[in-house]
Design a binder for this molecule. Sequence first.
Ligand SMILES: Nc1ncnc2c1ncn2[C@@H]1O[C@H](COP(=O)(O)OP(=O)(O)OP(=O)(O)O)[C@@H](O)[C@H]1O
Ligand SMILES: O=P(O)(O)OC[C@H]1O[C@H](OP(=O)(O)OP(=O)(O)O)[C@H](O)[C@@H]1O
Length: 225
Amino acid sequence: MSTLPSQATDRSQLILALSKGRIFEDTLPLLAAAGITVTENPETSRKLILPTNDPNVRVLIVRATDVPTYVQHGAADFGVAGKDVLFEHGGEGLYQPIDLNIARCRMSVAVKAGFDYETAVRQGARLRVATKFTEMARQHFAKKGVHVDLIKLYGSMELAPLVGLSDAIVDLVSTGSTLRANNLVEVEEICDISSRLVVNQAALKLKRARLQPILEAFERASQSA
Ligand SMILES: Nc1ncnc2c1ncn2[C@@H]1O[C@H](COP(=O)(O)OP(=O)(O)OP(=O)(O)O)[C@@H](O)[C@H]1O
Ligand SMILES: O=P(O)(O)OC[C@H]1O[C@H](OP(=O)(O)OP(=O)(O)O)[C@H](O)[C@@H]1O
């Protein structure tokens, strides 16, 4: 007799979507405040579903830009994603109760040193702007009344002005060392960025009793950080 394949995730569990790297690292203290410890390290494990000390909580390791998609469709109950990523996604189907104040940086416009951005804007030049964050860039330049041709890239944006692919980039800046290392200068700050907790709207209703204490612990820990 054939049996149905067991599901990778048990829907009675709470499933948290996180990306490897800074968001995973910065979320660990928040999880600890809720009494949850991830018992495998995503940097050394090849597993994409990680166990925790709580048999009812598991962690999915996904690309940062995919976190909202997993949560929107209910494949994860909740997740942590940057404001940048949420802005590009649109936030459909997501409840965003808490700014966790982690992975803080800013979204900025940068150009090659020597490029006169102010004059180009004042003269109404049409700018070529390379970015991964096309929606944020589109809205920013539309608000300023600047005409732009957006060039979608998926990484290494800093290269684009250096090789003549674009006049400017829209990218995340924290210390500014990546811009400096590539002879670029920040000419305009668009907005501050930090990461938010996002919750699937159906899970919020159906799993509220189990989610609520975790959300409260995250909120307390992120306020005291
Ligand atoms: N230098 C930085 N300092 C602080 N926070 C940052 C920095 N760069 C990015 N972030 C924030 O951390 C989030 C995750 O960044 P991370 O570099 O881990 O993913 P990514 O490589 O940009 O995403 P993907 O893998 O989907 O391309 C970003 O969405 C942003 O909100
Ligand atoms: O101002 P800084 O402190 O230099 O930080 C800015 C850099 O940080 C991010 O890259 P990240 O380190 O995440 O590398 P990645 O985009 O290749 O993941 C971002 O895309 C910038 O390149």
